[in-house]
Design a protein around this ligand. Structure first.
Ligand code: SAH
Ligand code: SF4
Length: 370
């Protein structure tokens, strides 16, 4: 039988440490400050997975690092590729929990859809992720690790300046990023660092179901692009679709959008709107939507509902989506209909982690405070 030496301290993961945290850790380790900069380069620019590869460091120093630290990414439980080129990775963390990350290649860009939580505590009635029983926040290394896994799989080390396959990042995977703000912020600061993964804030979009107080903080501290899951134009409908609306109703949400720093015609706020047959897809809804977003530099993203086993809704017919889009467009807003990508591998919006069991609301764990 194998026995573990319990006197040995656990090795700390260096992946996920920001610049200051890495510098502090190296100071504690007795290394000179420039060592932290060298490590940063190896971890985030070169994508090293092993201290042995860090050839600019002496062998004895590498050995000492390896005895005390690790460079751990999430494990890949499965990797799927869609006929349309979309790829999806199911990733497993040390505690056995899993999330999904999706890469969507397009002509002029490649977007990585990143998860921020295992499951989601918000119970939007059209979203499959919101029906998962197990919920926890991802740590910063588990968020950055998703980007690093994609770079590994796409052969993108050292971080390329041009011709990238991961040009954009959207926090639109599993979870509500503004309910895990600290870890998301720490991870995004690493992702945005010009000497590391080097993906500019202009290419990063955070999607929220409307956690109003955190929208302000996100704008002030991260200034990434904002996407807001609106989905309903009256509080009674939105209360049913996005229950968080009962806490932060539509007027408050739109007020936070109006004052979002950096929002301009060049950097519009995206309003996501899932098209649900007979629920929110009438011409009157479209007109009300236009009225609501008046004065906000906005674009509207219409998302055909992607179904999942047991879903209580149907997708609006094409003609209704077209009519809705025409009204929004005629009012001067861009209103593209999001083409579902990777449906065959259950990688489209709201389909992530479809293997999990639907649970009834009463069986959920209590919600943590926002
Ligand atoms: N929690 C965040 C981000 C993750 S969801 C949020 O809600 O904004 C990313 C987008 O997919 C959101 O706009 C969400 O409302 C949408 N979505 C969820 N389930 C969907 C489904 N079944 N079909 C289409 N879009 C869905
Ligand atoms: Fe959570 Fe977003 Fe799904 Fe709502 S739509 S349950 S906030 S992941």
């Amino acid at each position: 039988m194998l026995t573990k030496d319990l006197s040995e301290p656990p090795r700390r993961n260096l992946v996920g440490l920001g610049r200051d945290a890495l510098a502090a850790e190296m100071a504690k380790f007795g290394a000179e400050p420039f060592r932290a900069r060298q490590l940063w380069h190896w971890i985030y620019r070169r994508g090293a997975t092993d201290f042995a590869a860090m050839t600019s460091l002496s062998k004895p120093f590498r050995d000492r690092l390896a005895a005390r630290y690790m460079l751990q990414r999430p494990a890949i439980s499965s990797a799927l590729a869609s006929v349309d080129g979309t790829r999806k990775w199911l990733l497993r963390f040390a505690d056995g929990e899993e999330v999904e990350t999706v890469h969507i290649p397009e002509e002029d860009r490649g977007t990585l859809c990143v998860s921020s939580q295992v499951g989601c505590t918000l119970t939007c009635s059209f979203c499959h992720t919101g029906t998962q029983r197990l919920v926890r926040n991802l740590a910063s290394d588990e968020i950055v690790g998703q980007v690093m896994i994609a770079r590994d799989a796409l052969g993108e080390w050292p971080s390329p300046q041009d011709d990238r396959q991961v040009t954009n990042i959207v926090l639109m995977g599993m979870g509500e990023p503004l309910y895990n703000y600290e870890n998301v912020a720490a991870a995004l600061k690493i992702v945005m660092d010009g000497e590391g993964l080097s993906i500019s804030r202009r290419k990063i979009t955070l999607s929220t179901s409307g956690v109003v107080p955190m929208i302000r903080r996100c704008g002030a501290e991260l200034a990434v692009n904002l996407a807001v899951s609106l989905h309903g134009v009256r509080d009674d409908i939105r209360d049913r679709l996005v229950p968080l609306n009962r806490k932060y109703p539509i007027v408050e949400l739109l007020e936070a959008c109006r004052s979002y720093p950096g929002a301009s015609n060049a950097r519009r706020i995206t309003f996501e709107y899932v098209m649900l047959k007979g629920i929110n897809d009438s011409p009157a809804d479209a007109r009300e939507l236009v009225r609501l977003v008046g004065g906000i530099p906005a674009k509207i993203n219409l998302i055909p509902f992607n179904t999942w086993p047991g879903a209580p809704y149907e997708c609006s017919p094409d003609a209704a989506i077209k009519a809705f889009s025409d009204i929004v467009f005629a009012a001067g807003y861009s209103a593209p209909v999001r083409t579902p990508r990777g449906r065959d591998i259950l990688a489209a919006c709201g389909q992530l982690k479809s293997a999990s069991v639907r649970v009834r609301r009463g069986e959920r764990p209590p919600l943590p405070a926002a």
